[in-house]
Design a binder for this molecule. Structure first.
Ligand code: HEM
Length: 435
């Protein structure tokens, strides 16, 4: 079969300035005409079909270690499980459940719920948010990581600053001077986490260990695991920050961008409760995957359902393209909030499937659920937000939100619809509890 000649000239290449804003027309064309495509611009293979991406992510002939090495950080930084394969990877991943498994998540759930309420209280006082990613997404991501690590509120600002600086490591096409800064930031983040881990066994003033303190955090359990060296443990923490902080923050922005202009969906979500919000979160992640692709290298010739890739090639599994494959998702460009099943690839697949998928769905859904209940008239406001030029994560800048009148959230006990607080006054979670 002859290969098609390549992306038609009228379609912006997905990595060009215009394609970074709207890559979907190019992805649609590639998926339909050449789902396993050698891209002449980058020399990489772009795999855009759902079935091909699933096969690729599972195939041991595609090395994550080699695929991620191009953007792996200083050699003297701890190894991350994302840059290992096979048994090395399995050994590093297994203890990760101490940080992100069911018991760990249960132990931080109440704390994250309280942080989310406090975050929405602060937002209610402002009423209009100039940038919802900065004012909702980033503080949520900081609070979630701080709960996992047992960092108090007084360390949130430092964690956020370090996480932001280290996040440039996500972008595989960052220019060299930016990548250099990212590597330096990764070193600083690692030293911060190392110093924090040192304090875990240390009792507080008067030799007292506060109940629920850092020594009881998921991080403390991970740090005590004899299967990991200290550096390996720090590698897991560093990956959680770089792979988790900004993607979670941006996922909130991307979700609001789709959700807020659709009053019917917001009303359905108010009625659907937590489970419905988690279903919607999956759909919102499908539509705008914050991590749109992930890299691998072929260690031998590979035959995928949609084509053949020779050995030694860099391959991108384009998760964002697979997530809109019409062979799997009916009406793939539309938000179908209750889509089920929804086997999207926003969290990847195969052995490197995101360890925090449950955490992300739970914490994202909690925020959305409480936001649509407390601010039933929330809407996008101000100038049209812009998709940033970064490739990973896919993110919006200038996402203005007018929260509108706030109503007490009696989600646990009361009916979904509540009368608005007079004049749109701030209504806090504490007020709601006493209402
Ligand atoms: C919306 C937010 C997130 C998205 C979309 C996301 C997506 C992904 C994807 C696509 C991968 C697979 C990468 C690959 O196969 O090359 C991955 C891996 C991973 N993610 Fe997430 N992630 C998110 C948040 C988080 C958070 C908050 C954490 C930790 C607190 C986290 C921890 C990890 C880890 C440890 C891995 C590596 C797993 C392995 O190599 O076995 N992620 N994530």
């Amino acid at each position: 079969m002859t290969k098609p000649p390549g992306l038609p000239a009228q379609l912006a290449h997905p990595f060009s300035p215009a394609g970074r804003v709207d890559p979907y027309p190019a992805y649609d064309w590639l998926r339909a005409h050449d789902p396993v495509h050698r891209d002449p611009m980058t020399g990489m293979w772009l795999v855009t079909g759902y079935e091909d991406c699933v096969a690729l992510l599972k195939d041991p002939a595609l090395s994550a270690a080699a695929g991620q090495r191009a953007r792996s950080r200083d050699d003297d930084l701890p190894v991350s499980m994302l840059t290992t394969d096979g048994v090395d990877h399995a050994r590093l991943r297994a203890p990760g459940s101490l940080l992100l498994g069911t018991a760990a998540l249960a132990s931080v759930a109440d704390g994250i719920a309280a942080d989310t309420d406090a975050l929405l209280d602060r937002a209610a006082e402002r009423g209009v948010l100039a940038d919802a990613v900065e004012e909702l997404g980033a503080p949520l991501a900081t609070a979630v990581l701080a709960r996992l690590f047992g960092l108090g509120a007084d360390r949130h600002a430092t964690l956020a600053e370090l996480a932001r600086a280290a996040s440039v490591n996500l972008d595989p096409l960052a220019p060299p001077h930016v990548a250099r800064l990212g590597r330096a930031a990764m070193g600083e983040l690692t030293r911060f986490l190392d110093a924090h881990a040192d304090t875990l066994g240390v009792p507080g003033p008067g030799g007292v260990r506060e109940a629920g303190g850092a020594h009881e955090s998921p991080l403390a359990r991970l740090a005590a695991d004899p299967r990991l060296t200290r550096r390996e443990m720090l590698g897991i923490l560093g990956l959680a920050v770089v792979g988790g902080w900004q993607p979670l923050a941006e996922a909130v922005g991307n979700a609001l961008y789709w959700l807020l202009p659709r009053p019917g969906v917001r009303a359905a979500l108010r009625a659907a409760g937590r489970e419905g919000a988690e279903t919607a979160m999956d759909e919102l992640l499908r539509l705008e995957a914050p991590i749109p692709f992930t890299a691998r290298v072929t260690v031998r010739d590979v035959r995928l359902p949609g084509g053949h890739v020779p050995a030694g090639q860099r391959v991108l599994a384009v998760l964002a393209a697979a997530n809109r494959d019409p062979a799997v998702f009916a009406d793939p460009g539309a938000l179908v909030w209750d889509r089920s099943p929804n086997p999207h690839l926003a969290f990847g697949g195969g052995p490197h499937f995101c360890l925090a998928a449950r955490l992300v769905k739970q914490s994202g859904a909690l925020l959305l659920e409480r936001l649509v209940r407390r601010f039933p008239e929330a809407a996008l406001s101000g100038a049209e937000p812009r998709w940033a030029a970064t490739l990973i994560p896919r993110r919006l800048t200038g996402l203005g939100v007018d929260l509108g009148p706030c109503v007490p959230d009696r989600a646990a006990s009361g009916p979904a619809e509540q009368p608005a607080a007079p004049g749109g006054e701030a209504c806090t979670a504490a007020e709601a509890a006493h209402a």
